[in-house]
Design a protein around this ligand. Structure first.
Ligand SMILES: Cc1cc2nc3c(=O)[nH]c(=O)nc-3n(C[C@H](O)[C@H](O)[C@H](O)COP(=O)(O)O)c2cc1C
Length: 323
């Protein structure tokens, strides 16, 4: 009877503290009216707006002169952002789709002088390097996509295991950085890329964070480095309160596959902890207040011979409903 009562109260108390923790995060970092509040929020808003241009230019039938008023607003917001933060690379990233938009409209014989004037004024101040990266819209073919896409993905996926036995060979950090870069191609809502990566390389720090996480107790000494993937609330607005987890989870999975493609062994490690424990995370990594932990990934080289847990999967038909 007392045990049941304790369970009854304990469950509710835990849920309450967890909700309170999330409530504070949402209040501080998710407000839809806070678009001008912080650098991250302004960036998220600018990315959303520029992404609408990229999208608009990729449809089969592109409407000439679409969203002109919004693009004027976007140029004004970008101007204010540059005045505040002098962030040339980010502004270039936003200016590229606008440049493509202007080129597209001019080609179609449509000229919006206000947009062109604001764009030229801004580029004369920012001096963007337009050769830096492709953006806006590009043309490709089914053939080009299939050449790289039609790989033995099933074989690739089926031979990724959670590795719990690593070799002594040190990890090559340049390859790890390459994997982090590849995983940046993960899709995200309006291309907001809310994930953050904490690469932990020193043995002492690796052991500390693994001791904190506890899921790799038996093989923690063999792990070559760990990556903590987090995701930020500041990239989202209003009802998007689960989006940090969705987008961060997608990034973490791509990163695991990128590492797998480079021959590394990986072990995903759970970061679903109670609030009190999560608060201690900043002891192990410089995690900002709005970052939520998504996954810890232990990484190392695979020994010549090893055992892996064969975790069989349910029948896909059991989890699939067709309509
Ligand atoms: C979010 C998440 C948390 C996990 N946490 C741990 C952990 O703490 N310790 C561990 O040994 N394995 C952990 N794993 C690995 C799972 O046990 C493993 O992915 C699952 O059994 C499927 O096996 P496979 O990865 O070899 O296909 C975790 C996996 C995920 C996706």
């Amino acid at each position: 009877m007392i045990r049941n009562l304790r369970l009854f109260i304990g469950k509710r108390y835990n849920a309450f503290t967890w909700l309170l923790y999330e409530y504070k995060l949402l209040i501080n970092h998710l407000g839809s009216s806070d678009r001008e509040k912080t650098k991250e929020k302004i960036k998220a808003n600018l990315i959303i707006e520029s992404h609408v241009i990229e999208k608009g230019l990729s449809f089969r039938d592109v409407k000439v002169g679409f969203r002109e008023n919004k693009i004027i607003d976007l140029l004004d917001t970008l101007n204010n952002y540059f005045l505040r933060f002098s962030d040339r690379d980010f502004c270039t990233y936003i200016l590229i789709p606008i440049k493509k938009y202007i080129d597209f409209n001019l080609k179609k014989g449509h000229k919006n002088s206000e947009i062109i004037e604001k764009f030229e004024k801004l580029t004369s101040v920012i001096k963007p390097d337009f050769s830096m990266e492709e953006g806006g819209v590009i043309s490709t073919t089914r053939k080009e996509i299939h050449e790289k896409a039609l790989i033995d993905f099933e074989g690739f996926v089926n031979l990724r295991f959670s590795i719990r036995d690593f070799s002594d060979e040190p990890v090559n950090f340049d390859l790890i950085r390459q994997a982090i870069k590849i995983a940046m191609k993960t899709p995200s809502a309006c291309n907001r890329q809310p994930w953050r990566v904490h690469l932990i390389k020193s043995k002492e720090h690796i052991i500390n964070i693994l001791d904190y996480q506890t899921g790799a107790r038996q093989f923690k000494q063999q792990i070559g480095c760990v990556i903590l993937v987090t995701s930020t609330y500041n990239s989202f607005f209003g009802g998007e309160f689960h989006q940090p987890y969705v987008n961060g989870g997608l990034y973490a999975m791509t990163l695991i596959y990128a590492l797998h493609s480079m021959g590394f062994g990986t072990i995903p490690l759970n970061m679903g902890f109670p609030y009190k424990k999560l608060k201690r995370l900043s002891e192990f990594a410089e995690v900002s207040e709005d970052e939520v932990p998504i996954l810890l990934i232990g990484i190392g080289n695979i020994p010549d011979q090893l055992n892996v847990a064969y975790s069989s999967r349910f029948n896909f038909q059991e989890i699939t409903k067709e309509y």
